[in-house]
Design a protein around this ligand. Structure first.
Ligand code: 13P
Length: 216
């Protein structure tokens, strides 16, 4: 199959960023999966692959309808990734991790399901936005796609209950940066639990949205 130089570049970028996430402990074992749009479909990490050791040539390729075209069998979370692309036309990449602190938050029984990551710093507002909690379903359940679609594309990121974060972005690098920002903020929230925290005010959040032209 002829592969465009753009697709080659996206494959290489995916391998590089996934390895970087793995090396810095954002994923362990074969946890997590990443996808990115290319001209004629979607590239996706293979199921049971380790983000630290991907092979660019074996990354799964799907057509826009989600049919497997080439490479190894795609992640079982294909429904999750597709639902982001369907509901957020601006999404060019999706990153799902089991990063420690975001996953810890996703297990808390008293989390606000509409606002799991409150605005405690400007960067989480700028890079991630509001993050709802989606109810637990087992990994790979197509119902995960329905839960994402039910949000109507309003959120760039979600937390999957008792599972972990999912973050979309216009391209791979932005999605990875946003996933890192979400994890870092989750870490702060875990560190600050039980303490009186000063949140950014509605006015401060609105000011960020205006100045940085934020969508969600
Ligand atoms: P895959 O190995 O199928 O991508 O699944 C890993 C995972 O993180 C499930 O949520």
């Amino acid at each position: 199959m002829a592969v465009s130089s753009h697709e080659d570049a996206v494959r290489a970028e995916l391998v590089r960023l996934a390895a970087s996430l793995f090396q810095r402990g954002y994923s362990v074992g074969s946890a997590g999966n990443i996808s990115a749009k290319v001209e004629d479909g979607i590239l996706m990490t293979p199921t049971n692959s380790c983000l630290g050791f991907l092979d660019a040539a074996r990354i799964a390729k799907l057509d826009p309808a989600g049919n497997h075209l080439s490479g190894d069998k795609p992640s079982k979370e294909v429904f999750l990734h597709q639902a982001f692309y369907e509901t957020r036309p601006e999404a060019g990449a999706v990153v799902h991790l089991h990063s420690t602190h975001a996953t810890a938050l996703s297990c808390l029984a008293d989390l606000d399901p509409e606002d799991t990551i409150p605005p405690i710093t400007p960067y989480v507002v700028m890079r991630v936005g509001r993050v709802p909690l989606l109810p637990y379903v087992r990994p790979g359940d197509p119902a995960m796609g329905d839960l994402v679609r039910a949000r109507g594309g309003r959120n760039a990121a979600v937390l999957l209950a008792n599972h972990g974060p999912v973050v979309s972005g216009p391209d791979l690098l932005s999605a990875v940066y946003a996933a890192e920002e979400l994890e870092e903020t989750a870490k702060l929230l875990v560190l600050l639990r039980g303490q009186t925290v000063r949140h950014l005010t509605g006015e401060q959040v609105a000011d960020l949205a205006r100045v940085f032209k934020l969508k969600s």
